[in-house]
Ligand binder design. Structure first.
Ligand SMILES: Cc1ncc(COP(=O)(O)O)c(C=O)c1O
Length: 425
């Protein structure tokens, strides 16, 4: 089932014509399909049937409250990396016993807040973090349930900047060191070892890196149990890739991934925690934008949009390629040009697509959309160049609702003030 598709010349999100939303909402804006999120989640849940699993959505991929609420209603847990994400996950109704806390740099305040809220597991990434957590838990007379994130030294991920499981990456603890730290953790007051954790990277579309990582984590977990640790959870992280280059269905990869989970862990009797972000959200959102100008220079056709790297960082940061299409399909599609599609930001890196094949007669004011930006889209956006933050819209069937209002420069300057010595003219 496709949730964004053309009917005649017009793009629809579910049963809503996107052009009708443009009449009410200023571009650029993010547009999500509610039913596509529910569908992605239930596909994964169904595939995992038979194993004891928590699907802990990686909140960093999209932390909008309505999105989190949608996933909470589906039965999702959350993988959080900050107190802000934890507050949002709890507000959305995600139960604390399905929340795991990842990240190399948790502050004391953040740890204390997570302890008060009795989350399922802290994924600890260093010895200092463990000591700090233990002392905070002691002060609060609380118990911190922990796993160590191990670094399996595996190369994976679609881009070096989203690889997290190599030994040179800042993430995790080597297996050798982890052995020692687990033994030490056992004797730390207010610390309870409950699991092991890995996350090797993102946008992974090959099964082999997962296979190697899962094998390592299982064998490590078995070794820990032999030494008397009680391992209840195996957290295998996120990383399932999506097909950004066309609309071909790659569900077969999802099923291969789930089969690997089952084959590896079914006999272990552990709770398997998954932390998918991109898989659940990427194809559920688009970024709707408008053409500001066209310009021909140095043998290139530039298309300048009102959306830029401030709205969508992925192309500039990760060389990510997203398909850009018109909201209203051109009849004469054979009369096209190759455009370099750029944003309005004063940075050379503000390129949304190096080569997009779009109609020759495209012109100022025409609407376009950038596909598959539901994950790591709005969540990574900024107000760079003092641009507004784009609004976010959720569609369900023929209904739509503004789930995040546009944040304007005036809203943000409220938090700025002129230093007293600058006030006198
Ligand atoms: C610890 C951790 N878990 C889960 C994820 C989600 O990854 P993905 O969106 O590729 O599933 C990330 C993102 O990189 C992460 O750092």
């Amino acid at each position: 089932m496709k949730y964004f598709k053309y009917k005649g010349k017009n793009l629809f999100c579910e049963k809503k014509r996107v052009l009708d939303i443009c009449k009410n909402i200023e571009t650029p804006f993010y547009l999500y399909s509610y039913n596509s999120i529910v569908n992605n989640f239930s596909k994964l849940k169904k595939a995992l049937k038979g194993i004891n699993a928590i699907i802990a959505f990686s909140v960093k991929a999209n932390s909008n409250l309505s999105i989190l609420k949608t996933l909470a209603k589906c039965g999702a847990g959350a993988d959080i990396v900050s107190m802000g994400e934890l507050k949002k996950a709890l507000e959305a109704g995600i139960p604390n016993n399905k929340i795991v806390y990842s990240g190399v740099g948790k502050s004391k305040e953040e740890m204390a807040f997570a302890l008060e809220n009795k989350i399922e597991q802290f994924n600890v990434e260093s010895l200092e973090e463990l000591y700090t957590l233990s002392s905070i838990a002691k002060k609060k007379n609380n118990l911190a349930k922990i796993a160590l994130r191990i670094n399996p030294d595996i190369i994976a991920g679609g881009h070096p900047k989203i690889s997290t499981g190599k030994k040179t990456d800042k993430f995790g603890i080597s297996i050798n060191d982890a052995h020692k730290i687990y033994d030490l953790a056992k004797n730390l007051k207010n610390i309870k070892v409950v699991g092991v954790d890995i996350h090797i990277g993102s946008q992974i579309l090959k099964i082999l890196p997962f296979k190697r990582a899962f094998k390592k984590v299982l064998s490590f977990s078995n070794d820990l149990e032999k030494k008397g640790h009680n391992i209840k959870n195996i957290d295998i992280g996120g990383g399932i890739g999506v097909n950004y280059s066309n609309d071909k269905d790659i569900d077969s990869f999802l099923y291969e991934y789930v089969d690997l989970i089952k084959n590896t862990f079914i006999k272990s009797n552990k709770t398997i925690i998954l932390e998918p972000g991109r898989y659940l959200l990427a194809n559920c959102g688009i970024l709707v934008t408008k053409v500001l100008f066209k310009k021909y220079s140095e043998n290139k056709n530039f298309l300048i949009l009102d959306a830029g790297m401030n709205n969508l960082m992925r192309p500039a940061l990760y060389d990510a390629k997203h398909i850009i299409k018109p909201l209203i399909k051109e009849v004469q599609t054979n009369d096209c040009l190759d455009y370099e599609v750029v944003g309005p930001i004063c940075e050379t890196a503000d390129i949304l697509s190096k080569e997009s094949h779009l109609a020759k007669n495209i012109s100022q004011g025409d609407y376009l959309f950038i596909d598959k930006v539901g994950a790591y889209g709005s969540a990574m956006s900024s107000c760079y160049n003092s641009k507004d933050l784009a609004s976010e819209i959720l569609v369900k069937d023929e209904k739509f609702y503004e789930i995040k209002k546009r944040i304007k420069t005036e809203d943000l300057t409220k938090f700025e003030s002129i230093a007293p010595w600058l006030r006198k003219n």
